[in-house]
Design a protein around this ligand. Sequence first.
Ligand code: SF4
Ligand code: SF4
Length: 108
Amino acid sequence: MTDKNGKCRRCGACCSGLLIVEAGVEDVEREPRIEQECLLLDGHGSIPRDQATWSVACGVACGFLGSDHKCGIYDTRPDECRGFLAGGEQCLRTRAEAFAMVNVEVGE
Ligand code: SF4
Ligand code: SF4
C-alpha cells in the first residue's frame, strides 16, 4: 500500500511475480548476485553477453524479495525496479491485481 504521499508501504505486490522484471548486463555488473541467482535468457548461447538479459521475476516472486517485503538488493536493484514508482499508475494497478487474486483465493 502507499500512503497519501505515494510512499511505498511494502505490500510486495510489484515484486511478487505479477510483473516481468528483467536485468541487463549493467545491472549484473552493479549487482553480481543477479547473474549468480537468476536465469540467463541467452537464446541458447546465440545472444552476445552485452545484449543478454536475466529473468529477475516472472510468474513467481523475485528471489530477492524478503519475507518482510523488503528488497534484499535494494541499493543495487535493477534499473527496471528503480523506475517503478510507488503510488504510480503501475503500482496501483499491480496492487489491485494482487488483491483481486487474494480475494478469489479466499472465496474459493
Ligand atoms: S506495489 Fe507499490 S506500494 Fe506495493 S511494494 Fe510495490 S511500490 Fe510499494
Ligand atoms: S530486485 Fe528487489 S525491487 Fe526488484 S523485483 Fe526483486 S525484490 Fe523487487
